[in-house]
Design a protein around this ligand. Structure first.
Ligand code: PEP
Length: 252
């Protein structure tokens, strides 16, 4: 069965105290209003992970990091390893977010290595893909997403792929207030599911969770989540307010 997920990407926001308060507030709401089939995930700054994981009910809410090193351990000052993230109690790690790709020059090969390391350490991967505006204007968006997935992700085994969630995030929609239309989102999600089917077969493709990300909020989530190939959202700005994030979770 395809899992529904709403994951908040807090990015580099919130002090430790603010972060634990946000986690606590989301937890209190969801303990009263059971999210049912939906798995809420809080992708916090790494330094908040252990505290937020401790404060939430892990039967209801999972936590995740926003990045990890491709290296296992060693002399890599400032890096955070997959095993550290796992040991903090996290379940997920986001890889390939467009901000990592553009500001930190993370390319497909590096992302493939990060994915392998994360999976080896028993983290689930939320693997992001998506085109920039120019690529869509030039009608290259399908080609770009195909390349990102085929090079950065699809060399893992069937067994490994079972622990992957794909997030389609058109870069022009991230943090801009401009959301993909229902038609644009459904068309790309359907395309992505088709790529998964080509590589891993129909059963795995049908069971793959594909999230939409890019200015998804409490006002538009229900429309996006009603699309047949959209299985939830990766939420940036709107995940920083407990009321908004909980409303999005309740949008299914
Ligand atoms: C994101 O950065 O993953 C994201 C979807 O951001 P926003 O919701 O703010 O567009």
């Amino acid at each position: 069965m395809r899992k529904k997920i709403v994951a908040g990407n807090w990015k580099m926001n919130k002090t430790l105290q603010e972060g634990t308060e946000l986690g606590e507030s989301i937890n209190n709401y969801l303990k009263k209003h059971n999210p049912g089939q939906v798995e809420p995930v809080l992708c916090t700054p790494s330094i908040h992970l252990a505290a937020v994981t401790d404060i939430v009910d892990n039967n209801i809410i999972k936590t995740g990091a926003q990045n990890c090193s491709e290296k296992e351990s060693g002399a890599y000052t400032g890096e955070i390893s997959a095993s550290m993230i796992k040991s903090a109690g996290a379940t997920y790690v986001i890889l390939g977010h467009s901000e990592r790709r553009s500001y930190f020059m993370e390319d497909d090969d590096l992302l493939y290595n990060k994915t392998i390391t994360a999976l080896k350490n028993e983290l689930k991967v939320i693997f992001c893909c998506g085109e920039v505006l120019k690529e869509r204007e030039n009608q290259n968006h399908f080609q770009i997403v195909r390349r990102q997935l085929e090079t950065g992700l699809f060399n893992i085994t069937d067994q490994q792929f079972l622990n992957v969630v794909i997030a389609y995030e058109p870069v022009w929609a991230i943090g801009t207030g401009v959301t993909a239309t229902s038609q644009q989102a459904q068309e790309m999600h359907h395309f992505i599911r088709g790529l998964v089917e080509e590589k891993y077969g129909n059963t795995i493709a049908e069971d793959t969770t594909i999230l939409y990300g890019g200015s998804c909020n409490a006002g538009n989530a229900d429309e996006l989540f009603s699309l047949p190939d959209v299985d939830g959202g990766l939420i940036g700005g709107a995940s920083l307010k407990s009321d908004d994030f909980c409303k999005i979770i309740g949008s299914f």
